[in-house]
Design a protein around this ligand. Structure first.
Ligand SMILES: [Fe+2]
Ligand SMILES: [Fe+2]
Length: 130
């Protein structure tokens, strides 16, 4: 398990909390496959993770746009940074099939980013949208 539900702060928006729980479930399943070095399973879950991240970010961005949230662009650009990292990592995975690199990314980059992004951007945004 990479991320525990209790490690992630609740924000003042039920939809966002639901998206976060869902993402934790997918990323933990992905992490288990990476730790097990199960190439086929990683191949299977990687696109699912990218899609799930896109639903998570895209839903928040749609809610921010609908509410004309003033910091929508800055919040979105933090999403875009992670979208790009995941896309690049997936491209490298397709060529190298290296679980070690993916494991390092999840443990050293994604995990910390996820907690910090929610604690800062999602928490700040939640009371101002939806
Ligand atoms: Fe979020
Ligand atoms: Fe966000």
């Amino acid at each position: 398990m990479l991320i525990q539900k209790r490690d992630i702060p609740q924000v003042a928006n039920d939809m966002m909390n639901m998206l976060h729980e869902d993402e934790i479930e997918v990323v933990n399943r992905f992490y288990d496959a990476v730790v097990a070095r199960d190439i086929e399973l990683i191949d299977e879950i990687f696109p699912e993770l990218i899609m799930d991240v896109d639903v998570h970010f895209g839903t928040e961005e749609a809610m921010m746009a609908q509410s004309n949230y003033e910091f929508a662009q800055v919040h979105k650009s933090d999403h875009d940074t992670m979208r790009k990292k995941l896309k690049d990592l997936h491209e490298r995975w397709e060529i190298l099939k290296g679980p070690k690199e993916v494991k390092g990314f999840l443990e050293k980059d994604f995990k910390q980013w996820f907690g910090l992004h929610i604690a800062k951007w999602d928490a700040e945004t939640a009371p101002n949208i939806g």
